[in-house]
Design a protein around this ligand. Structure first.
Ligand code: COA
Length: 495
C-alpha cells in the first residue's frame, strides 16, 4: 500500500514520504509515516478525525477505469467535505498580486500535479524519474506509456500493465473522427497555423459530446464525472493532430487506421508517418513529461474556467489550446530552435566556449532572453530537461545540435549568474525538446505546440473528471476597479 498525499488542496507544500520516519501517533491510518503528513507544525489538531492530509489508496486491481473511479470518488468527496467544514481562511492577498496576473495567489484546487522548486513537476506525488521507473512500458521500449500516466493522474495509483492495456484499447476504440471534422481539416488553407486548426477541429468535435446530450436530457449531477467525455477526446486527439501534420507537411497523405493492439503513442507516431521505434520511444517520453503542470498556467486554468460553465471538454480544451498557442506559453520550444539555428548559422559547426559566451552576452545585451533557460518556480535544472538529455546521450550522442545544446548547458548558467538577473539560471524542458524532434526528422517547428497540446490533454482532462466528481462550481472571482481597490485598502484616493 502506498500513501498518497493530496497536497494541492489547500496550497500546502508537498513533502515526500520518508519510510524511516516513525508512524504518525495521531493518524488513524495505522502505519502512515509522520513525515507523510505535511501538517507537522503545528501538530495535527484533529487526532480523532479521519486524516485530511493523508489518504490511503489501495491500488485497485480492476482494469476498468470507471470501476476504479466509482470506488474513489465518494471517498474523495467525503474527505473534502470534512476539510471544508473544519477549516477557515488561508493566506492573504496583496494589491501587487491583483495587478500582477494573480501571480502566486492560492485560488484553485488541482490534484493531478504539483510543481516543487527543487524536484520539478510531480504527478500525483511521483517525480519524473519515479514515473520513468514505475509506469508500465511498451514491449522493447524504455520510456513510460502516457496511457499509464493518465491512469496515475486520474486515480493517484500506479497502474498495472493490464490496466494500461485496457486504457490503450479503450482509446483505440474511441478514436474515430466524425467525417465533418475530417472535411473541415481538409478544407483549411495551408497558411492557417497548425494550432488554429487544432483548436478549431476540437471545437467542432463537440458534435460528439455525450455530455452535452446527457445534460440536455437532465442527467443526474452525480453522473457528470463519467459523462465528461475526457476519454473520447483524448482518444481522438492524435488523429486530429496527425491529420493536420499530414495535410500541411506530407501532401495530405492518409493517416491510416488505428491499430487496437497498439498504445496511444505508437498509434500516434504511425499516423504521423514515423516508423522508427526510437521515435515512438521519444514520443512516449515527450507525451509523458509535457502532460501536466499544475492548474493555473494559462491553458490549464482556461480549461478549468470554461469547464466550470459546464461546457463539455471539447469546448473547454479547445479554449485552452488557444492559450497554449500564445508566444508566452507554448511556443518557447520553437523559439529555442530558432535561436540555436541562428547561433549555428552565425558561428558555424564547432563553436569555442569563448565564442559561445560572447554570443550569449550579445543576446542579453540586445535586451533579449536566452530561450530555454529560467523558470518562474523551479530553482534547479528542470528534470524534464534532464530526462531528455539522458535520452539524447543514449540515442544521439554525436548529433551536432545536441552537442551544441550540451555545450550551452555548461556555459549559459554561468553567464546568467554573472548577469545577476534571472532567479533561476538553469535550463527548462524547452531547451531540449525541439533538438530531439529534429533529429528524427520532425523539422516543422510550427507544429511542435500541437504535440505539446496533445500531451497536455492528459492532465487537463484528468482534472476535468475530478472537477465534475467534486462538483466544482462556476468559477467567479471578484474583479475591482482601481478606485474600488483604493477604497478597499483605505488608501488616500487623491495620492
Ligand atoms: C521562464 C521565464 C519567463 C520566467 O520568468 P520570471 O519568473 O519573470 O523569471 P525571473 O524572476 O527569474 O526574472 C528576473 C529577471 O531575469 C530575467 N531572465 C529570466 N530568465 C532569463 C533568461 N533565460 N535570459 C535572460 N534573462 C532572463 C527576466 O527577464 C527578468 O528581467 P527583468 O527584471 O529585466 O524583467 C524567464 O525565465 C524567461 O523568459 N526564460 C526564457 C524563455 C523560456 O525559456 N520560456 C519557457 C519557460 S518554461
Amino acid at each position: 500500500m502506498r500513501y498518497e498525499i493530496f497536497s494541492s488542496t489547500v496550497g500546502y507544500l508537498y513533502t515526500k514520504t520518508n519510510p524511516s520516519h516513525p508512524p504518525c501517533p495521531y493518524c488513524p491510518l495505522a502505519g502512515v509515516p509522520r513525515s507523510s503528513c505535511i501538517q507537522q507544525s503545528p501538530p495535527c489538531a484533529f487526532p480523532n478525525v479521519a486524516c485530511l492530509i493523508v489518504s490511503s489508496r489501495n491500488a485497485t486491481t480492476s482494469t476498468n477505469l470507471r470501476d476504479v473511479l466509482s470506488n474513489l470518488v465518494p471517498k474523495e468527496q467525503s474527505r473534502i467535505k470534512n476539510f471544508k467544514t473544519q477549516y477557515g481562511n488561508i493566506g492573504s492577498i496583496s494589491v501587487d498580486m491583483i495587478y500582477g496576473g494573480i501571480r502566486g495567489m492560492k485560488g484553485q484546487v488541482y490534484e493531478t500535479s504539483v510543481l516543487d522548486a527543487d524536484e520539478g513537476i510531480c504527478f500525483r506525488g511521483y517525480s519524473i524519474p519515479e514515473c520513468q521507473q514505475l509506469l508500465p512500458k511498451a514491449p522493447g521500449l524504455a520510456e513510460p506509456l502516457p496511457d499509464g500516466l493518465f491512469w496515475l493522474l486520474v486515480t493517484g495509483q500506479v497502474p498495472t500493465e493490464e490496466q494500461v492495456n485496457w486504457l490503450s484499447k479503450e482509446w483505440a476504440k474511441r478514436a474515430a473522427l466524425p467525417s465533418h471534422v475530417v472535411t473541415m481539416l481538409d478544407n483549411f488553407p495551408t497558411n492557417l497555423h497548425p494550432m488554429s486548426q487544432f483548436s478549431a477541429a476540437i471545437t467542432a468535435l463537440n458534435s460528439e459530446s455525450s455530455f452535452a446530450q446527457a445534460y440536455s436530457e437532465g442527467v443526474n449531477k452525480a453522473k457528470y464525472w463519467w459523462e465528461v467525455n475526457s476519454m473520447d477526446l483524448i482518444a481522438m486527439l492524435p488523429c486530429v493532430a496527425a491529420k493536420i501534420y499530414r495535410n500541411l507537411y506530407r501532401e495530405g497523405s492518409s493517416i491510416g487506421a488505428i491499430d487496437s493492439s497498439l498504445d496511444w503513442s505508437h498509434n500516434f507516431t504511425n499516423m504521423l508517418g514515423y516508423r522508427d521505434a526510437t521515435f515512438t520511444e521519444l514520443m512516449c517520453l515527450y507525451l509523458t513529461i509535457h502532460s501536466d503542470h499544475e492548474g493555473v498556467n494559462v491553458s490549464a486554468h482556461t480549461s478549468h474556467l470554461v469547464g466550470s460553465a459546464l461546457s463539455d471538454p471539447y469546448l473547454s480544451f479547445s479554449a485552452a489550446m488557444n492559450g497554449l498557442a500564445g508566444p508566452l506559453h507554448g511556443l518557447a520550444n520553437q523559439e529555442v530552435l530558432v535561436w540555436l539555428t541562428a547561433l549555428q548559422k552565425e558561428m558555424g559547426g564547432e563553436v569555442s566556449d569563448e565564442a559561445m559566451r560572447d554570443y550569449i552576452w550579445n543576446t542579453l545585451k540586445s535586451g533579449r532572453v536566452v530561450p530555454g533557460y529560467g523558470h518562474a518556480v523551479l530553482r534547479k535544472t528542470d528534470p524534464r530537461y534532464t530526462c531528455q538529455q539522458e535520452f539524447a546521450f543514449k540515442h544521439l550522442p554525436d548529433d551536432p545540435m545536441f552537442k551544441l545544446v550540451h555545450q550551452l548547458y555548461k556555459i549559459v548558467p554561468n553567464v546568467l549568474l554573472e548577469q545577476g538577473k534571472a532567479k533561476n539560471p538553469w535550463p527548462n524542458m524547452d531547451a531540449h525538446s525541439g533538438v530531439l524532434l529534429q533529429y528524427y526528422g520532425m523539422t516543422e517547428m510550427n507544429y511542435y505546440t500541437v504535440l505539446f497540446g496533445v500531451s497536455r490533454a492528459l492532465g487537463m482532462l484528468a482534472h476535468l473528471i475530478w472537477s465534475r466528481a467534486l462538483g466544482f462550481p462556476l468559477e467567479c472571482p471578484k474583479s475591482m476597479s482601481t478606485n474600488g481597490l483604493i477604497t478597499l485598502v483605505g488608501a488616500n484616493n487623491s495620492s
